[in-house]
Structures are given as structure tokens and as C-alpha cells.
Design a protein around this ligand. Structure first.
Ligand SMILES: [Zn+2]
Ligand SMILES: [Zn+2]
Ligand SMILES: [Zn+2]
Length: 328
């Protein structure tokens, strides 16, 4: 049913009852005089304000319709609620936008929608929890599988199948047992060294370094070349900052403790490095500058990085590779 607003001539009208309409046409409703401090031009500026016309008008000659069934309304109805209830509604008791529906049904629909969403969210969260529990179980059983092993081949097999599940603690414990058996030969040693670096500018070219000396017993070390990580026999991991200097609070200060990884049995002495200061390894390999980066103490690997480094050391070990069924 279309009608024209007698006040503004607009055709955007809402039917309230069969004979009553409300005009929703946008019309100018008022003026706004913007003051000089708002306009910035030193003068008032007049702006038109717009809004719905709102005029209600009767259209003659339309037969009466059943009344709106919303309690205490009493207007003639223009249609039925498209929600659950199916009651007769007038134009004002139906929703202003979307399907023609009463407020009760609109509310019920919104609640139903929220309930379904909540149910879906709960199901998803149960699923996530279940997956997390299963993963925790798989991690635990991988750790338990590793726990009794000290044979390098058996350890390698578990590492290769479960490296992404194994925890760092379980790996480190397995490494300590492995080191104790002596079945994987340590290729390196970690030496504790004291001394002081020097700078190219203020040092002497022939200076072999200041008072670098080794003290105490060396620890066995195993090198995972791919990841540039050393394990000691306590299962601790070391990562060099630059070449082979493993760490220390401040290599420039006299008397400070630092750690260096050396090929097994190698001696070292110090000399000026091209980088300004540091240690150069002699004599087994060509002199190699080992200092230069930021001093760094022991680092903690992520779980799977630890497992990968272990795998690499075991694969590179002669005793392991010769015992594997097919050599790589
Ligand atoms: Zn109007
Ligand atoms: Zn309804
Ligand atoms: Zn009504």
C-alpha cells in the first residue's frame, strides 16, 4: 500500500494501520547557525538540519482490519508477525527494519542465536582442551620412552621419531646418561680460561695477549655443527658468540672467567686478532680468531632444538653411524 504524505509530499511512508500512515521521508527539520568561533570565517553560517518528517495521516475509504494482537495496542493490524507467534500486528508493533516481526519474537530469535553461538563455542573449547590433553599425553609418553635408555642407537631412534614431542629436560637427562656410558666419543673440550683481551689500536702487534691462561679441569664437549651448539657432559648447552668463545661476563677485564671450546686435546695461546682483540687457537688448525662478539653465558635451547642437536651429534658419531643398519 503506497501513500503520499500530505505535509511534505514524500513517499517514504510506513503503514501503521490499514488507514493510518507515518511519514519517514527525510526533510529539513530545522536550521543551525554556526557561530564565528566554529566557522573560522568571522561570521555566522547557516546550515540546514534534516530528519524524518514524522507526520501521521489517515487514508480514507479503507475497510477495517482485525486489531493488533499486542496487548494494550488496539490499533488496526496491517499484517502477521513473521516470527513464531504469528499474531496480527500494526505497523508500530512490528520491527522498524528487517522482517515484519513483533518485539517478543525478535528477542526470542536473538536469544536463540546467542544460545547456538555459545554451544558452538563450548564445543570448540572442549575440542581444544581435548587436543591439548592428548598432546600433553603424547609428550609425556615420549619423555617416558626416553627415560630408561642409555644406548646411543636406541636413543637416536626415539629422537628421530619424536624430536618435536620430547621435552628439553628429558633430553638433557638422556644426554647425561649417554655421556656417562662413554659410548659416544667427545670431539671437543670446554676449557675455563682467565685473562684479558686487547685492542688493535692501543695494543702491540706482536703482543700474544694479556695473561690469558687456562685453569682447572676441562669438561668433555660434543659439537652439533648444524646448530653450532656444544653439549657438555652435564647436558648443558653452549652456543658460541663468535667462532669458539662460549661465554663469560666480560672478556676485556683481567681475571674474568670465560669458556672456550677446543678440539679435544688442543692447546691454545693468545695473540692479537684482526678484530681487535681475542684468542687465536693454535696449533692444530690454522689460527682461528675465536673472540669478538658479545660475551654470552650458557643459553637455553627450545625443546625440539635440543633434541635436534642431540640427533645430529649421534648421527655424526662414528660409534653410532657404524652400528646403524644402513649407513647414511
Ligand atoms: Zn511527510
Ligand atoms: Zn511474534
Ligand atoms: Zn500494535
Amino acid at each position: 500500500m503506497s501513500a503520499t504524505c500530505p505535509k511534505c509530499g514524500g513517499k517514504d511512508v510506513k503503514q501503521v494501520t490499514p488507514a493510518l500512515f507515518e511519514c519517514e521521508t527525510e526533510v529539513q527539520t530545522d536550521w543551525f547557525d554556526a557561530p564565528p568561533e566554529v566557522t573560522g570565517t568571522g561570521m555566522f553560517e547557516r546550515h540546514a538540519l534534516y530528519g524524518p518528517c514524522g507526520h501521521r495521516f489517515q487514508v480514507p475509504g479503507i475497510a477495517a482490519a482485525p486489531p493488533c494482537e499486542i496487548p494494550r495496542c488496539g490499533r488496526d493490524s496491517v499484517g502477521r508477525c513473521q516470527g513464531q507467534c504469528g499474531r496480527r500486528l500494526c505497523g508500530l508493533c512490528g520491527a522498524p527494519r528487517g522482517p515484519f516481526i513483533c518485539a517478543d519474537c525478535l528477542k526470542a530469535q536473538a536469544e536463540e542465536k546467542r544460545r547456538v553461538a555459545e554451544e558452538q563455542e563450548e564445543a570448540a573449547s572442549r575440542k581444544r582442551e581435548k587436543a591439548a590433553r592428548q598432546l600433553a599425553d603424547r609428550r609425556q609418553s615420549a619423555d617416558q620412552e626416553l627415560a630408561p635408555l642409555s644406548d646411543p642407537i636406541e636413543i637416536l631412534h626415539v629422537l628421530e621419531r619424536k624430536s618435536e614431542l620430547l621435552g628439553r629436560k628429558a633430553c638433557a637427562a638422556a644426554w647425561v646418561r649417554l655421556a656417562e656410558t662413554g659410548s659416544v666419543t667427545p670431539g671437543h673440550q670446554i676449557a675455563t680460561v682467565f685473562g684479558r683481551g686487547h685492542f688493535l689500536i692501543c695494543g702491540w702487534q706482536s703482543d700474544p695477549g694479556w695473561n690469558w691462561h687456562e685453569r682447572g679441569k676441562r669438561e668433555d664437549a660434543w659439537f652439533a655443527a648444524e646448530s653450532d651448539i656444544y653439549f657438555d657432559n652435564q647436558g648443558r648447552e653452549w652456543r658460541p658468540t663468535s667462532a669458539l668463545l662460549l661465554g663469560g661476563p666480560n672478556p676485556f677485564l683481567k681475571g674474568e672467567k670465560n669458556w672456550v671450546a677446543l678440539p679435544h686435546g688442543a692447546r691454545f695461546h693468545t695473540r692479537l686478532s684482526l678484530h681487535g682483540w681475542g684468542l687465536v687457537l693454535l696449533p692444530n688448525s690454522p689460527p682461528r680468531t675465536v673472540a669478538g662478539g658479545q660475551p654470552l653465558s650458557r643459553v637455553e635451547l627450545s625443546d625440539d632444538a635440543y633434541a635436534r642437536a642431540m640427533t645430529e651429534i649421534l648421527r655424526g658419531s662414528e660409534s653410532v653411524s657404524s652400528a646403524l643398519p644402513e649407513s647414511r
